[in-house]
Each structure stands twice: as C-alpha cells, then as structure tokens.
Design a protein around this ligand. Structure first.
Ligand SMILES: NC(=O)c1ccc[n+]([C@@H]2O[C@H](COP(=O)([O-])OP(=O)(O)OC[C@H]3O[C@@H](n4cnc5c(N)ncnc54)[C@H](OP(=O)(O)O)[C@@H]3O)[C@@H](O)[C@H]2O)c1
Length: 274
C-alpha cells in the first residue's frame, strides 16, 4: 500500500487523482482549505470502502506556517511517503498579500510546493520508488521569473504572477534534482494541458469569461489526470522529468537551467530565513 499526499486534493485533478489512488487500495491524505470539500472527499472515499485509508487536512497553504504544520501532521501520520502530488493553485486577478506579508500567488503556487517538496523529502526517501509530481506548466511559452520583483510589489498582473510561478516550479524541480539527484526521490513536472476543473480563483470579468469558455472546451478531468496517475505508479528513472500532456519534454530546455535553479533556490531560502 502506497502512502500518498495530495496538495490541492479537495478539487479538480488533485481530488480525482486521490480517488483513483484510493480505488487502487492506497492511503491518501488530501490538503485544501475548504472544509465542505474535504468532507465530501471523505464521504466519497467511504462510498468506495476506503474510509480507513483517506484523510483530510484543512490548511491555507498560502501561509508558510500552515505548510510547516501540514509537514508535521504528515510526518506524524506516515513514517514513509511514497508520492507527493502538488496541485494547489488559486488565481488572483488582483494582488493580495497573505497575513504573513507574502504575495499570495507566489506563496501558494510556488513557496508551498518548495516547502512540501523539501519538508517531506526525508519521508519520501524511505519509500521504494518515491516521486514528487508537481502539476504546473512546464513547456509553456508564456511566463518568466521577475528576478527584480518576485512578488510583484510594483506592477501586479494576475496572469504574469501565475505564469511566473509555473516557471519557478520548473526551477524548483531542477534545483531539487541538482541537489538530490543521487538519492531516490524522482521529481516530475507535469503540464496536463487545458482541463475542465474548478479553476480555483478570483477573476476579473474579462478573465472570468475566458475561464468559462475554457471550462466548456477543455478536456475532462479523467483525461487530464492520466499522465499524473501513470507517473505516480511508474515514476521515470531520471531524477528530473517533465511531461507535457503525457509527452516527455527535454529537461535540457532553458526552463530548467541549473544556474537559474540555484539562484532561485538561494533567493527562496533567504526569503524563508533558512
Ligand atoms: N486545469 C487546467 O487547465 C490546468 C492547466 C495547466 C496546469 N494546471 C495545473 O494543475 C494543477 C491542478 O489544477 P486544477 O485545475 O485541477 O485545480 P482546481 O480545480 O483549480 O483546484 C485547485 C485546488 O487547490 C486548492 N487550493 C486553492 N487555494 C488553496 C490554498 N490557499 N490552500 C490550500 N489549498 C488551496 C483547492 O482547494 P480548496 O478549494 O479546498 O481550497 C483545490 O483543491 C494546478 O497546479 C494547475 O496549475 C491546470
């Protein structure tokens, strides 16, 4: 039985992946903000006879302190973690700071993934074929790291903030593999393509129209999660991989530049005071 943690597992692809894993007999902990969604996940788990293997941690993962708490709860619950699936994101058309003073998109879509990837690494290393699946946006032609203003204190733009975090996750994977590539845990970046999910976010009217259209035309969640489930149960051999709609992408692409990866890793550690 695998022990799987799904960040953003209360909705969309995270939730669907969690249910597939429960159906295969594994133990799954989902993390999300919404109590009602957490309860509904647990009810669905009970319907398939998996109530003893399913759990929900309610947490606002845009807060560093909440990530630290989640890491402790998971460490206490699981001596070994086989897979960490990273799916939480929340689009913000208007800039917002968390109670800890961090720009919220950067905090949730990048910092949380940084903290959980590193914070659960020691538990992952105890598994036979451990894997981190960071579901984000490798291969996207859009987005860049705003080195001079990572948290958009000057000119915030919701799309630019979201796309920057996608690029930051590419570099997170590259830095993780750079530092820990000789160890067991495999890091897989996954771009599922357009998938009709809840598209968690707070949108201005124009972006909302675009999201409504996306929900109509995007592929169903079951198709979107196929590469996630495949990589979870058969992790690639390489320390770092990137999949775009199931197809491998060359990780020598400059999105995974090791110097940029080390630079962002250093900036992140400074910012976290580590
Ligand atoms: N859908 C697409 O077309 C698409 C395309 C490319 C990449 N992706 C990537 O795929 C991943 C999954 O996307 P999705 O569309 O399946 O997600 P989704 O339906 O929008 O669900 C987002 C998840 O994030 C959680 N979440 C949001 N804010 C949170 C917070 N502050 N703290 C904790 N959890 C929070 C939500 O839980 P609560 O509501 O319970 O807080 C929910 O479980 C994302 O990383 C996304 O960037 C998606």
């Amino acid at each position: 039985m695998k022990r799987i943690v799904v960040q953003g597992g209360t909705d969309g692809m995270g939730r669907a992946t969690a249910l597939v894993c429960l159906g295969r007999g594994d133990a799954v902990t989902v993390v999300g903000r919404d109590e009602a969604k957490g309860k509904s996940f647990l009810a669905e788990a009970a319907e398939i006879g998996a109530e003893g293997r399913a759990s929900f941690i309610r947490a606002d993962l845009s807060l560093i302190s909440e990530n630290e708490r989640v890491i402790e709860v998971v460490r206490d619950a699981y001596p070994v973690v086989d897979a960490l699936v990273l799916c939480a994101r929340h689009y913000l058309s208007r800039r917002r700071e968390t109670a800890e003073g961090r720009e919220a998109t950067f905090a949730l879509f990048y910092l949380s993934r940084y903290l959980l990837s590193h914070g659960l690494r020691e538990r992952l290393e105890k598994a036979e074929r451990p894997v981190i699946l960071n579901v984000a946006g490798p291969g996207s032609p859009v987005g860049k790291i705003h080195w001079e203003d990572l948290e958009f204190t000057r000119a915030y733009d919701g799309l630019a903030a979201q796309m920057q975090s996608g690029k930051a996750n590419d570099l997170l994977g590259a830095a993780f593999a750079d530092r820990h590539g000789a160890e067991r845990t495999r890091y897989v970046l996954i771009n599922p393509g357009s998938v009709s999910t809840s598209f968690s976010g707070e949108y201005d009217a124009e972006t909302q129209r675009h999201i409504d259209m996306m929900k109509r035309v995007a592929k169903p969640v079951a198709a979107g999660i196929a590469p996630i489930v495949e990589a979870l149960y058969a992790p690639p051999a390489a320390p770092l991989s990137a999949l775009v709609e199931g197809r491998p992408m060359d990780v020598r692409d400059r999105s995974f530049d090791v110097h940029d990866a080390r630079r962002l890793d250093e900036r992140t550690r400074e910012l976290l005071g580590r």
